[in-house]
Design a protein around this ligand. Sequence first.
Ligand code: ZN
Length: 260
Amino acid sequence: MIRAVVWGENVHEQTNETVASIYPKGMHTCIADALNEDPAINATTATLQDPEHGLPQDRLDESDVLLWWGHAAHGAVSDVVVDRVANAVWSGMGLILLHSAHFSKIFKRLMGTPCSLTWREAGERERIWVTAPGHPIAEGLANHFELEHEEMYGEPFHVPEPLETVFVSWFQGGEVLRSGLTYRRGAGNIFYFQPGHETYPTYYDENIRLVLKNAVRWANPKSGRLKDIDAAPNRTVANALEPIEERGPKLHADNEDGFR
Ligand code: ZN
């Protein structure tokens, strides 16, 4: 069973009537419901308002894939939790960034770039093209599908060149975006997926729900998590695999680790 956690900022749902009417139980619950349609996935939710944002260390240790939706409150996310999530990704936890999570602290941290893009809120049509036929995240999709209403996100999207571009989107106003991108940071699989503006019913769309389920299966760390990913042990001369002669000046004694 793949253990997925859907993290929702859960702010617009409480402050905007349109969002509350589309997602009465919150966007995170709608997304978790979609994932739980897959018998291989057990999805639960966490929100910004929970203690430690619902992401204490022991929960991250027991999570295979984390999905992240944030927008209005990126700055309210604790840096301690961001550090914790980054470490979990480096150790192999999958991370899926949804829509405005392109500007989340965790995505910017892991990308090392501004992650900025152009945008327009006009309820325009989006046509999503599969640019990597045969990719597990695109399994079961036609060569393209459409959303009648989405927020335009356009190039240039200031992210590192991805490992794979799974989707490219065209918007009615003429812009395009690399809308489905994969990365690997440490042992962790990362997927950014652009659709999901809060005032449209995007997460009820069957194609979107299929992509999310596929993405969780893809991001799941098949061979488990790495231990002590941030340790930097001193492999001393005495512990070298082959006998070596010690030469030159030396800063650290063999019995100290030198870092912490
Ligand atoms: Zn939006």
